[in-house]
Design a protein around this ligand. Structure first.
Ligand code: SER
Length: 318
């Protein structure tokens, strides 16, 4: 069996900061090369190789990959949905060019055997069936982030069919975590709410109280990612992005759950431009193809997650 050498692009971000730790445990710290355009937290920088690297610089990237004999790439750098709406063309360029740089390198460098790239529920749009959205369905995203994710899925499928590249992807639901702040997403109210509950006892929510979206706690998302990457290639029927269901919640669900721990917690609903984004995304996801191909089921529901989020956020804020 060949020895894996892993490159993480976007290791300072919300997914990267946790996936790096998990992959270092699995493959050995010195085999997981964490990179980001900015400095990462101490545990990432000191826990194994770390380098500041810009994925948009394809020459630097290919040198890094060849020099370090990289065999797997996790491309996690992206501009999220809310931020992308503010600078649509720049967001498109960053989200697409980074993927195309990595796909081209995988095509040119024989040693690179496997790629992970995250897709999102943002690939769906207002014309998609909202409840139990199936794997294969109408996809007319209305956000620049979603358009780029859908185009990215098509590119992944293209490189798979045309060049035989083993690229794997998940349509992540809203991801909830405490380690690194989420940045500029629509589902990020569900991270902010915990922080503000502890810091201020009050949260001003930019999404309406009864708007449902699918969510997943980060430890489940990390498990799903590793399970997908470990699965035998011949068992996988999807070469774009696998649906990942998680659990569906609305802001009022988080509010009620937090109130069990902080009875004085208050919330005010002031929807902004992100409400339209949330309205265009599914309420819930059908992950039957995922279950059939590699059998993943999330474990952590809102009450378990809320206890962990509140106690970890408390430690952080102290
Ligand atoms: N959670 C992301 C966002 O809200 C979507 O993948 O932008």
């Amino acid at each position: 069996m060949s020895v894996e050498r892993i490159l993480i692009i976007g290791a300072a971000g919300q997914i990267g900061s946790e996936l790096t730790i998990a992959l270092r445990k699995k493959f050995g710290a010195d085999r997981v090369y964490a990179t980001d355009i900015k400095m990462a937290e101490k545990d990432i920088v000191e826990g194994g190789p770390f380098q500041v690297l810009d994925v948009m610089n394809d020459k630097m990237l290919i040198h890094f990959i060849i020099r370090n004999k990289i065999t797997q790439i996790y491309l996690l750098a992206a501009v999220l949905s809310g931020n992308a709406e503010k600078l649509p063309v720049q967001a498109w360029n960053i989200n697409m060019e980074s993927l195309l740089n990595v796909l081209e390198i995988a095509r040119m460098v024989d040693k690179v055997k496997k790629i992970f790239w995250p897709s999102s529920i943002a690939v769906f749009g207002p014309t998609t069936q909202k409840l139990k959205t199936p794997q294969l369905t109408v996809m007319e995203p209305t956000t620049v982030y979603g358009i780029a994710k859908l185009a990215g899925e098509r590119w992944c499928s293209y490189y798979h069919h045309k060049y035989g590249i083993d690229i794997r992807s998940l349509r992540y639901p809203g991801l909830i975590s405490y380690k690194t702040e989420a940045g500029g997403g629509t589902t990020d109210y569900a991270v902010e709410i915990y922080y503000d509950a502890i810091a201020h006892g009050h949260y001003e929510c930019f999404i309406e109280k009864d708007t449902y979206m699918p969510f997943m706690f980060m430890p489940d998302a990390i498990k799903a990612t590793i399970a997908l990457m470990d699965r035998k290639r011949s068992k996988l029927s999807i070469h774009s992005g696998y649906n990942l269901a998680g659990f569906s919640y609305c802001p009022e669900d988080f509010y009620n759950e937090i109130k069990k721990h902080i009875p004085d917690f208050t919330i005010e609903y002031k929807p902004d431009f992100r409400q339209a984004i949330a309205d265009s995304w599914p309420d819930s996801i059908d992950d039957s193809v995922t279950k059939k191909d590699w059998g993943f089921t999330p474990e952590c529901d809102i009450s378990h997650m809320t206890s962990i989020m509140l106690s970890e956020m408390k430690k952080k804020l102290n």
